[in-house]
Each structure stands twice: as C-alpha cells, then as structure tokens.
Design a protein. Structure first.
Ligand SMILES: [Zn+2]
Length: 69
C-alpha cells in the first residue's frame, strides 16, 4: 500500500492539512528533509514521514519536538 508521493501531492497535502507552506521543489524520498515555512514565518526542515505520520506540522517554536517537563 505504498503510495507514491510526488512533490505536487506533498505540496497539496501540506496546504490542505496544515498552516505551513512547502518550500522544497523537488522530492527524492521519505528520508529527505523538506523545507517548510510555518504560519508564524519561521522556516523549518522535516522529512515528510514525520510531517504526515507524526503530525509535526509546525516549526520547533510553535510545536517543540519534545515536551520536556
Ligand atoms: Zn511556527
């Protein structure tokens, strides 16, 4: 059930499912870090697996990677 993602589909997914914008224009695979721009204006890198499956869809400021208490 591997869905083949293209940069266009990823861009569409990002726009529909987050407030972030995809800045990367080429997609080479799931391990690639993609460059996004968060709604706050910050840019951040994240591979698409994390973005999609782990709901890490904002920059580290708006959504810190780990919640430390
Ligand atoms: Zn942000």
């Amino acid at each position: 059930m591997n869905k083949r993602w293209t940069i266009d589909k990823i861009k569409e997914f990002v726009e529909k499912n987050s407030d972030s914008t995809l800045l990367t224009t080429e997609y080479h695979g799931f391990s690639q870090k993609l460059l996004f721009r968060c709604a706050c204006g910050n840019q951040f890198e994240k591979n698409f697996t994390k973005f999609k499956n782990k709901h890490q869809r904002k920059c580290d400021v708006c959504q810190p990677p780990k919640q430390s208490r």
